[in-house]
Write a protein that binds this ligand. Structure first.
Ligand code: SAM
Length: 192
């Protein structure tokens, strides 16, 4: 396990308990979860599970993977139907499988290699939402690691082959976040 990530995130959550407050799910998830036909979902780097909990409420069985036990314990406590499987794992190593999921969500966490593995883990006809921060000179947080920021229109490039693009948006982030940051979200359907 990436011990540094685990220590960093458990510390961050324990010192900033507001990050674990119940929050609204991604609009891209809310507006597009009905685009797939099955009910098996994967929430990558779920945190306290704003998207997992929404998907569970809407009939999905969800594998919620995160490196922070702190966050997964909160998620489990909020689960109403026992349909969320919290998985404490390092996504650098976790095996996502192949053609396993009908819906995959990856929000506010950028790992380009993981996106490639997630593409394979999606069933043909399955839907994936990727939403995270983008480089922008008006971003309030100036010290973000550039590796964790998307380039302009990078998501369109990542999904240009083998996927139908159902939706692509850039927007300023939700008001509950600490810093005002530009984000992009893409919703795609796997074709082959
Ligand atoms: C900004 S939070 C995003 C939470 C959630 N996806 C959301 O949109 O609200 C990033 C999450 O990534 C998790 N994380 C960081 N590195 C990880 C790794 N290597 N493997 C699994 N999870 C990781 C952290 O524990 C944290 O919960």
């Amino acid at each position: 396990m990436a011990v540094e990530d685990k220590i960093k995130w458990d510390k961050k959550y324990s010192e900033n308990i507001d990050l674990l407050e119940a929050r609204e799910p991604s609009k891209a998830v809310v507006n597009n979860y009905k685009e797939c036909s099955g009910n098996r979902a994967l929430d990558l780097a779920s945190g306290a599970g704003r998207n997992s909990l929404f998907l569970e409420d809407n009939g999905f069985e969800v594998d919620a993977v995160d490196i922070s036990k702190f966050a997964l314990d909160i998620l489990q406590g909020r689960s109403k139907y026992n349909k969320i499987n919290p998985i404490l794992a390092d996504l650098d190593e976790f095996d996502l499988g192949e053609e396993r999921y009908d819906f995959i969500v990856k929000c506010n966490f950028l790992d380009r290699e993981l996106i490639e593995r997630a593409k394979k883990a999606l069933k043909i006809g399955g839907v994936m939402v990727v939403e995270t921060y983008v480089e922008d000179e008006e971003n309030e947080k100036k010290n973000s690691n550039p590796n964790f920021l998307l380039k302009k229109d990078e998501l369109l490039e990542i999904f240009k082959n083998g996927f139908e693009i159902l939706e692509y948006k850039t927007f300023w982030n939700e008001s509950f976040e600490k810093y005002r940051m530009k984000k992009a979200s893409i919703v795609v359907k796997r074709l082959a």
